[in-house]
Design a protein. Structure first.
Length: 186
């Protein structure tokens, strides 16, 4: 992690999952204190978490500090899976999803933006040092940011055996400077 532009080793407290009959503060606090021991033992510099509303009181009780809100944004591009989850039969899904996909595209703000001159967008098979340059430039803009170096991206996303992650990147017109990228999977 980068915290105030300084690199540090971070650990995530993970999900707090406790069986219903043991949902008192005792087991939850014992688990979190054992996680915090990684800081005391020098294994990591900081532990962070994204607790749900029910777990927040536990994290506050053991002195986690609230740094800010985490916002997850999702933009559906295809509707078939969502329609199937809602219990529609396959014929209805085949009829409705192309129409709804078209509507999503039409109402999308991005559909109507003009292409920016001097920017080249293309898929990439691998990452390179331009990702390090972008990381160095952008990490200064955030108090708290997860590392996004070339090495980390390759390890986390491109060598993931469970996901076929793809990269789409935006470059300046000479392709010497990376301006932005997105890593995605289907």
């Amino acid at each position: 992690m980068s915290i105030d532009n300084k690199s540090c080793m971070a650990g995530i407290a993970g999900d707090l999952l406790i069986s219903k009959q043991h949902r008192t503060l005792g087991p939850a606090i014992m688990l979190q204190k054992s996680v915090q021991s990684a800081v005391n033992d020098g294994d990591v510099d900081i532990i962070y978490a994204f607790p749900n509303r029910k777990a927040e009181p536990i994290f506050r009780r053991i002195n986690y500090t609230h740094l800010g809100e985490n916002i997850r944004l999702v933009k559906p591009l295809k509707t078939a899976r969502f329609l199937q989850k809602r219990g529609l039969n396959s014929i209805s899904v085949k009829l409705l999803s192309p129409l709804l996909d078209f509507v999503l595209n039409i109402i999308s703000f991005a559909t109507w933006l003009p292409r920016r001159k001097g920017v080249i967008c293309k898929p990439l098979a691998d990452v390179d040092s331009r990702f390090n340059d972008l990381w160095e430039e952008t990490k200064r803009q955030h108090m708290f940011a997860g590392e996004r170096t070339e090495t980390y991206i390759r390890w986390k996303f491109l060598q993931d055996p469970d996901e076929d992650n793809k990269i789409y990147a935006a470059f300046d017109e000479t392709e010497s400077r990376l301006l932005a990228y997105i890593i995605y999977s289907f």
